[in-house]
Design a protein around this ligand. Sequence first.
Ligand code: SF4
Length: 359
Amino acid sequence: MISEHLRAIDFNKKLKSWYLKNHRPLLWRQTTDPYKIWLSEIILQQTRVAQGTPYYQKFLDNYPTVFDLANADERDVLRLWQGLGYYSRARNMHFTARQIVNDFGGKFPETAAALSKLKGLGHYTAAAIASFAFGEAVAAIDGNVYRVMARIFGIKSDMLSNEGKKEFAAIAKELVSHEDPATYNQAMIEFGAIQCVPVSPNCAICPFNDICYAFAFNVQNALPVKSKKMAVKKRFLNYFVIQQGQDLAMQERKTKDIWKGLYDFYLIESAGPVESPDELPENQTLQTFLMKGNLREVPKSYIHLLTHQKLHVQFWWIKIRDEESVDLPIGLKFFSKNEIETLPKPILIDTLLKEEKYL
Ligand code: SF4
């Protein structure tokens, strides 16, 4: 609980005055439209503002209302999202747009409790929309806010544990402004994003340095406490780019794995690195491709990092000889250059095709 000398009202006054002087004029701050706020919040999860802003603009240009997004084809939504990563966010967003249109007549629910029942909306996003759009006095606690609270109030509980979350939530509930919850939440988030930053915050100019626990005990780097991250899994993806004339064989990824809904090439995953297709387990389809086409011996190799996976990716290019034709296995299909341009693809595949001057 916050101490007597630090009444929520004083805290909020200081916070608001800092915010009014220092905040960045971000596009989505200038609206109370829940659709725009929701869009910005989903795009900005795990994404920096500079990277997310053009996507926010692109989505609004293409889908100005929740009805437009609901009516869109998932493939187009994924294509627009391409490059942002974490594609399940785009799929959930599209699903939720349809739910809002079909179940709520296109109107967003107005409370955090009701919003958090929608797919892809956690407590934070629900609270952000409820307070920014509808003025509900609920605290929106994102990673920035956890850091600010842990440091100022000296909270040492693990922010990812259930107990920790409860402790943070209880203090946040005391702090949140009932007069202007939208500005309070924006200010807390912004304060964490640009003042109380993860590494080397400039505490000398901080308006809370007189009451901040972390500053007093010089433990800024130790707070907040977070449990150890999940181990990063290594994966070895061996792609075969099958080219017939100008067309390439691609398939939609349908299994519950990375890049679901995006298009990639014929893939054989191996337990470790391979230097030649001969080292892969016997595979009839690959044998046929190799028999009927010319293999470019040296693959293009990339290392691609995802949150919990390190992908070692190789692309081997096989050009089917003009006199041959191949039957593709179920799922794979030849696409023309123009079609490939419009397909949603993992950014790595887009990069490869550009480096190969195919696109
Ligand atoms: S004094 Fe430093 S650690 Fe404390 S809130 Fe300010 S910037 Fe963060």
